[in-house]
Design a protein around this ligand. Structure first.
Ligand SMILES: NC(=O)c1ccc[n+]([C@@H]2O[C@H](COP(=O)([O-])OP(=O)(O)OC[C@H]3O[C@@H](n4cnc5c(N)ncnc54)[C@H](O)[C@@H]3O)[C@@H](O)[C@H]2O)c1
Length: 253
């Protein structure tokens, strides 16, 4: 698929990887629909995409809310006339051990609310946005691709029952959608990033970050542009579908 003049929606586009992907794809001529909860961040991200050389619009939407997602994707097609791609990127962390024991006593447990919040955004949000994007693309006769952003945690990371389960789920949706949507000219692939320098990882304790970076064979965290270029590769290569691309500096959980 040619990125020039294609229309790509990106969830969680207000900051971090979503914003970086918006700027990168805009620099290749794609028109960008940025979706996020945070209006001020969206304004900055739209300006950054425009500065990168293309058209961009923002949509305030909670990806975990069905009505929000339906309204947003129909607005995108209304505004741009087409939809050729989606990057399912919005995600949150609510880390914690399932059962935390100190001195032989159960001190804390992962709350159901902690579990549910992550499943709602990182898994249900991906399903809802994927479903709406596919619906609009099929109705409109638009071809393209859907990219699910997973994580190396999909293999199972300590302290991340909720996040690992959601990321394994969105990875599993990749071959499902690739098989279901191929007949409509829609591909689906995923990216499993390692540790990348964004606001999300900046919120981790510095000691934890240092320890983790030391364990990466390439000895550094990834840069958001390195994930963005993987997304551009997926959009541009019409034979990539049904697979995950790991971009993690050789760090494998
Ligand atoms: N940064 C990393 O090291 C890393 C590694 C692996 C995977 N990932 C994944 O990449 C994606 C982006 O991560 P990031 O580091 O850029 O995170 P981030 O926290 O910097 O940005 C996430 C964005 O998603 C938005 N968002 C959160 N909940 C939302 C909701 N319900 N509806 C709409 N928007 C919502 C936030 O407002 C924010 O702008 C996530 O799915 C994350 O799990 C990140």
């Amino acid at each position: 698929m040619k990125l020039q003049d294609s229309v790509i929606a990106i969830t969680g586009g207000g900051q971090g990887l979503g914003r970086a992907m918006g700027e990168y794809l805009a620099s290749k001529g794609a028109k960008i629909a940025l979706i996020d909860l945070m209006p001020e961040k969206l304004d900055d991200a739209v300006a950054a995409c425009e500065a990168a050389g293309s058209e961009a619009r923002s949509y305030v939407c909670n990806v975990a809310k069905e009505e929000d997602v339906e309204r947003t994707f129909s607005a995108i097609v209304n505004d741009f006339g087409h939809l050729n791609g989606l990057v399912n990127n919005a995600g949150i962390l609510r880390d914690g051990l399932m059962v935390k024991v100190k001195d032989g006593n159960v001190e804390r447990r992962m709350e159901l609310s902690q579990w549910q919040a992550v499943i709602d955004v990182n898994l249900t949000g991906v399903f809802l946005c994927g479903r709406e994007a596919a619906t609009q693309m099929i109705k409109n006769g638009d071809q393209g691709a859907i990219i699910n952003i997973a994580s190396i945690s999909r293999a199972g990371n300590m302290g991340q029952s909720n996040y690992s389960a959601a990321k394994a789920g969105v990875s599993a949706l990749v071959p499902v959608w690739a098989k279901e949507l191929a007949r409509y000219g829609i591909r689906c692939a995923g990216i499993a990033p390692g540790f990348i320098e964004t606001e999300m990882t900046a919120s981790m304790k510095p000691e934890a970050l240092e320890k983790m970076a030391a364990g990466i064979p390439l000895k550094r965290m990834g840069k958001p542009e390195e994930i963005a270029s993987a997304a551009a590769f997926i959009f541009e290569n019409d034979y990539v579908s049904g697979r995950m691309i790991e971009v993690d500096g050789a760090l494998r959980l």
